[in-house]
Design a binder for this molecule. Sequence first.
Ligand SMILES: *Cc1c(COP(=O)(O)O)cnc(C)c1O
Length: 368
Amino acid sequence: MISVPLVDLYAQYQTIQGELDEAIADVIKKSQFIRGPKVSEFEAQFAEAVGRKNCISCANGTDALYIAFKCLGLKPGDEVLAPAHSWISTTATITQAGGTVVFCDTKRDLFTIDPEEIEAKISPNTVGIVPVHLFGQSADMRPIMEIAQKHNLWVVEDCAQAHMAQYRGQQVGTFGDAATFSFYPGKNLGAMGDAGAITTDHQGLANAMQMFARHGGLKKGDHVIEGINSRMDGLQAAILSIKLRHLPSWTQARQQRAERYSRLLDVVEPIDIPIVDNKCDHAWHLYVIRSEKRDELASYLKAHGVDTVVNYPTALPFLPAYERYCFKPEDFPNAHYNQSRILSLPLFPEMTDEQQDRVVGLIKAFYQ
Ligand SMILES: *Cc1c(COP(=O)(O)O)cnc(C)c1O
């Protein structure tokens, strides 16, 4: 029996083992564990890869959001618009930074924040918008940026799932005032541990974020404010520098895998295959289908050695963490519709045809 994992990080390691082992050994030999040239090198490389002037590395993608929101200066009562469908980091950090989350429903078939919902939820207290490029596909950035300009709002793009994705030929992370990234191991660009980064063209914001993430000072002992300690370590930076070189080809491989899935699964009437917005170059962090029999299908696949996951089983507004708002399903009909139907299939650059055929064959068998 062929078993198919959701992702196979060891397979990825094996393809670049020589380069990685050498880079890791070098960090150890030079004891460049915290700060040091490896981190600055990666920051410069990543800023260039995204197409922004500054990259501030940090401990993880959640910190990246928190640092960005903190440095945008949220005041009590400030409202920030965010999608109802995302990972909880997107909104928990808004609250933690002192703001108020205002959820917007997502588009039913694209899973990203609906610009019409943004318009509808703007109030005199709104200060910013956080589009999330969920599953690797860009949010509809043109109307979002138009709304932001019209109402004088800042925009922070949550790019945790969308490294190198594009919208109308422009890379995500270059639309908003700042963009945040996660390098959690399973993300499209993944470290061997936790890591994250923020990119921005605003020098003032970059300085503030740098300072806040480094104990409130740019020089040791000179603490201008009370900051936090959020840093990427040298090993992760060295690993990410190596992996960044391979990211374009890995993204291509994901695209090929995703297209092949869609070609093969298109004939399976009862499931919805993911829809690609023709304005977008999808980075395919996740290949998400919809099924009315989602849970049965997932159990069937599991019983036959195929791992799947639901990203995410409960849309944010319906989580216990947001019980205080007393939301009802009809408040976010699309996020609610999707939460019980979505299923993420195995997808990773090293996935073989044989593995993919196994997944597809089982899905067809389930429906026969
Ligand atoms: C992974 C993720 C984050 C958080 O990143 P961590 O590195 O795990 O803290 C934030 N937002 C989204 C959409 C994510 O997928």
